[in-house]
Design a protein around this ligand. Sequence first.
Ligand code: FES
Length: 177
Amino acid sequence: MAVIAEKTSSRRDFLYLATGAVGAAGVGAAVWPLLDQMNPDRSTIASGVPIEVNLAPIAEGQIISIFWRGKPIFIRHRTAQEIAAEEATRLSDLMDPQADADRVKAGKAQWLVVYASCTHLGCIPLGKQGDWGGWFCPCHGSQYDASGRVRHGPAELNLPIPPYAFVDDKTIRIGEA
Ligand code: FES
């Protein structure tokens, strides 16, 4: 069962940590303050300008969620096993065929950045759940793999990828392609 720990300060609507099946709420709690310190203030978020996110505190296997322009975004630090599984998936097995390599930045396959809204009716899916270990949407049962590709309906489309770019190895800027 996924656990979502909400922040209680004035910036509570910006960032929350989805520990999902990482299985260690304690890990999430420990990482939280680090993430919080790295992120922009409320006025920056509200302005909709690009934001930078420090990836360094996100452990392998962990998923965090941030809000940008009022929309939730998942950042997933994928394991080697998850990457191998997604790269090996045949396009013919996919409902919305797209290669894993086309959903991550070259040389950065460990980082998946996707909008966190189910493409059916917009619920926020739960990380590391479902038959493909990606996300499970509790509203009507859609499932996604660890590439954010839809594997079971009623959703028909993959989780979209927001515009983002790597500033350096451990920093992304969301809002710029
Ligand atoms: S909103 Fe996700 S399955 Fe309907």
